[in-house]
Write a protein that binds this ligand. Structure first.
Ligand SMILES: [Zn+2]
Length: 394
């Protein structure tokens, strides 16, 4: 049972009434399991903030787990998110461990994640999910990076782009608004009263759940929906809202491709969406091709960026050959004479006899199974040769 009150006296009154009720019906309350929480911005408790039940004092706590959601006295849900990520991480590890036995396609794994791990991360998110929450997204990204077999510090924009996955907040925001529509429509007297109180607090500028709903709706251009507190067709409206949240994300995503790390990526990745090579290539080769596309490789165009030995972009020459060419993906696949032998074996003549960036982009976007397998084998073997030539220890 949860008892809510606006002043210390009110709470004590409610507790006395509960005692009276329990005595009449022969019930007893476990005082050790009964906790009190004072919601406040900061600071300690006032002397008047002390409550008793049947002569015994009730402990005042800072956090309380109510039906699986951790509430903090400041109204902040950071602790709750930590609690949820802990649970989700366990579920994710079980999922990845079980899936190791089967060679599942990344698309299937994404569906499994959404069915088994995401529910932990979205638990009761109607209440707390109005921020983009890096903490929660961390698990989604961790999963995506594991799926692509890339390093933790890989640029997140390319990871979302390659899998065509959206951050979890897209789903959360829609759920909040769906729940809000349910609350404003409700006939339940308690729900209506609590909502009325929260709304009047929101109107005078206090921060609460209702003010967050208002902020969310106006952020996506639906401020009028909050003012009207209803929509003609809920299903249609929620679809429109979701599309708009996704559109905003995509806009931001296109902008983030301007990063110097994704110099090549933005040239060939023109639309956001799942890449079919992930399903076409076998697991053992997928990572070589994926790392090449996402610029997660040891070529100097990337390693030359690193702070310690930073080299100017136009000076990041290939050390395997003496052509004074920048060692980028194009040089590596189509030009560098060190790999001529295996190039003949794996890559179509058309791509390296008269090489051009346009042809190269076409090759990276290929959906031909044989071509993709050969290209991945080329990357695998060329990296090996490169390591031996440069005498780099693994
Ligand atoms: Zn070279």
């Amino acid at each position: 049972m949860a008892i809510v009150g606006k002043s210390p006296e009110e709470i004590q009154q409610h507790l006395n009434r509960l005692l009276e009720y329990c005595n009449n019906w022969g019930l007893s309350v476990n005082i050790l399991k009964t906790k009190n929480m004072v919601f406040r911005k900061r600071g300690g408790l006032l002397p008047s903030e002390h409550w008793t039940y049947n002569g015994q004092s009730i402990e005042v706590v800072n956090d309380f787990n109510y039906l699986g959601t951790v509430f903090n006295y400041t109204g902040n849900y950071a602790l709750n998110q930590e609690h949820l990520t802990g649970k989700a991480l366990k579920a994710l590890n079980v999922l990845l461990c079980k899936c190791r036995e089967y060679d599942l396609k990344p698309k299937i794994l994404c569906q499994l994640f959404d069915a088994f791990v995401a529910p932990f991360l979205n638990y009761a998110s109607e209440i707390w999910g109005y921020t983009k929450s890096k903490e929660i997204e961390r698990i989604n990204l961790k999963f995506c990076k594991r799926l692509l077999n890339v390093r933790k510090n890989t640029c997140t924009a390319s990871v979302y782009g390659e899998l065509g996955r959206y951050p979890l907040y897209v789903h959360r925001f829609v759920r909040i608004i769906q729940y809000w529509l349910k609350v404003v429509r409700s006939d339940n007297i308690i729900t209506r009263t609590v909502y009325r109180y929260a709304l009047s607090d929101c109107v005078i500028g206090k921060n609460n759940w209702v003010s967050n709903v208002r902020k969310l709706l106006s952020e996506f251009g639906f401020g009028y929906v909050f003012d009207n507190a209803s929509v003609p067709n809920e299903k249609y409206f929620l679809c429109e809202l979701k599309t708009r949240i996704i559109d905003c994300f995509r806009q931001k995503w296109y902008r983030s491709l301007d990063s110097p790390v994704l110099f090549l990526y933005k040239d060939f990745k023109t639309t956001f969406g799942y890449e079919h090579y992930l399903d076409i290539l076998p697991k053992s080769l997928r990572l070589f091709f994926c790392r090449l596309r996402l610029s997660v490789h040891p070529l100097r165009i990337q390693t030359g960026r690193y702070n310690r030995n930073r080299i100017q972009r136009d000076k990041r020459y290939c050390l395997c050959c003496n052509r004074s060419d920048i060692e980028d993906e194009f040089h590596f696949i189509c030009i560098c004479p060190c790999f001529n032998l295996i190039r003949k074996k794996y890559i179509k003549r058309n791509y390296y006899i008269r090489p051009s960036v346009l042809k190269f982009i076409e090759l990276l976007n290929s959906t031909n199974r044989q071509e993709l397998i050969k290209l991945s084998l080329f990357v695998k073997e060329a990296l090996c040769i490169r390591r031996t030539t440069l005498n780099i220890e693994i």
